[in-house]
Ligand binder design. Structure first.
Ligand SMILES: C[S@@+](CC[C@H](N)C(=O)[O-])C[C@H]1O[C@@H](n2cnc3c(N)ncnc32)[C@H](O)[C@@H]1O
Length: 127
């Protein structure tokens, strides 16, 4: 099907956490295994404005699908765009606390319920 569309994919066997520097920089990187901590190597291999779409393991019993846009200087930021469920990457199957990898602690989630209206937000470290 890809060939019919004029696309000739290159298959590389390797560790996703290292990315694939010989082909970088990339417009898009899509990961189909989840990370507890997103690898810096993937951010570094994106063009400025390049997009990383990846499952991020969360404390909410599912992975959050994150869509991050790179700035070309080693930083990327974005938002959660969905809930997904993938197996963790091999190198991240050891326990690391969510606080260690940048999640707000439970006490940072603030919930207000008022007359049938509900709002959840973070404060404190969730910036
Ligand atoms: C949910 S499956 C994805 C299957 C999907 N059809 C694909 O290939 O994109 C996750 C796959 O990631 C592989 N995997 C886990 N850790 C990896 C790593 N560090 N580098 C590359 N692949 C990894 C697993 O062996 C598994 O085949």
């Amino acid at each position: 099907m890809l060939h019919a569309a004029g696309i000739t994919p290159q298959l590389v066997v390797g560790d996703v956490e290292a990315g694939y520097p010989p082909g970088a920089p990339y417009d898009r990187i899509v990961a189909t295994a989840s990370f507890r901590a997103l690898p810096q190597a993937l951010i570094d291999q994106l063009w400025p404005e390049g997009v990383l779409l990846a499952p991020l393991d969360s404390p909410f019993q599912c992975d959050g699908l994150v869509r991050l846009v790179a700035d070309g200087g080693g930083r990327a930021s974005g938002r959660f765009v969905g809930a997904v469920d993938f197996m963790p990457v091999r190198g991240q199957r050891v326990h690391r606390s969510y606080a260690e990898v940048g999640w707000p602690v439970w006490a940072d989630y603030h919930i207000t319920v008022d007359q049938g209206w509900q709002r959840v937000r973070t404060d404190g470290s969730g910036t």
